[in-house]
Design a protein around this ligand. Sequence first.
Ligand code: BYC
Length: 481
Amino acid sequence: MNYMHVDYSTKIPNNVNLGEDRQVLKALEGWHPGYIDWWNDMGPDGFQQSLVYLRTAYSVDPRGWAKFDYVKMPDYRWGILLAPQEENRVIPFGENHGKPAWQEVPGEHRAMLRRLIVIQGDTEPASVEQQRYLGKTAPSLYDLRNLFQVNVEEGRHLWAMVYLLQKYFGRDGREEADELLRRRSGDADSPRMLGAFNEATPDWLSFFMFTYFTDRDGKMQLHSLAQSGFDPLSRTCRFMLTEEAHHMFVGETGISRVVQRTCEAMREAGITDPTDIAKVRALGVIDLPTIQKKLNLHYSLSLDLFGSEVSTNAANAFNAGIKGRYHETQIKDDHRLQNATYPVLKLVNGEIKRVDEPALTALNMRLRDDYTQDCAKGMLRWNKIISTAGYDFKLTLPNVAFHRDIGEFKDVHATPDGVLTDDATWNKRRGEWLPSSGDGDFIASLMTPVTETGKYAAWISPPKVGIDNKPGDFEYVKIET
Ligand code: BYC
């Protein structure tokens, strides 16, 4: 089997020899119509007949795996793509460290593995649902195309998890696959599984924040699952990470372009104080303090996705060899962590303190720390734009105790600087730290669609380079009339 190349001759493109795996092929073909119904009901609103300049994976070779072409979204070839199998791969951590990686589900870890795959799978359609209406207000055809690229690939990531469920988990896997199409983001009766995936993504600044911060949680979780001793999961996640990189690029450059445009407009108007919100807003751009509030919101929501700082679930998954650490194989230690400790931020007598905890139960905290470090890179880039424009203003990540719903700080209030506050202060000052309805209304007022080729809404700068090196006036989406 040549794993590099994807078989497009079957209804479901794949590099896993589906043609000879009749039972799984049948299960996937049975699931396909429900998926298309879901896409039509919950995928991008409108534009389904538009030609979109999308990339489709035709190989899993990291040096060249994507092909760009105009595609109508419902005709996108969602497929099953796994990174090539590594010969003699061993379980890289936990109690089974060094034993051959599993090609089948180990019976004793079946429930845990299924749970992790279902949680991962649940986030993918959720994000598409959250972004459903954004196409109507896209600031350019370039951005519209990026939104749809992200959406179809999240759809493919759902397929990736459904393949694992259907191939390796029998009847209950098939039931879980159906449930993934039944739950809905934000639905009161049948919500998505994790908090951040039930929040609204009401505007494009939120979209960029989401793809920067929440997709980055995706990156960290996928990296941890890519270490899994269950080899099919590892291979699936390794390929998903290739696609995921573009989603975070959309977020990082999106925020850069918003910051850039705001700074340019302030300079042109001779504004010296970037916190003079009324003056800046009058220019039709998003003021930096409001960008900071959106950042506070999306970062804190995304921190919740790491679960509790101290978690026996995380310890069990590591011990079992199911979910590893970020860059596990590059870490120089015993990969078992039986006697190791890790410093965890905790509330001790009303103060936030670092306390050593057994490293095994602190794995969520460790992954979250890795995530925070990764997030900080964006701040450097955005702050460079602000300082180059001559403004004394810094975007910062809020303290991890700020605005939390999960874990150690869920029952307290803290300012973005990490000062614990009482309820009254929090209620009074909340609007200084998190977007208020007035901020939302202002941003919404800017969200008018721009569909002319090569043109951009006035609140965002054009990108530095086009997708697939296309020129500035390239028609990324041919909108049906
Ligand atoms: N919301 O021991 P605990 C992505 C539950 S994003 C609701 O603290 P654990 C993407 C937890 O389920 C990546 N419930 O935490 C991005 C448990 O409930 P049960 C998605 C939560 O289990 C953008 C209880 O609290 N992938 O790919 O160590 C666009 C105690 O759990 C939450 C994954 O997350 C929450 N935030 O860690 C598209 C990977 N947090 O079972 C896609 C798989 C915790 O006692 N997931 N709970 O009823 C995991 O590794 C872990 O399950 C979690 C939680 C990190 C989610």
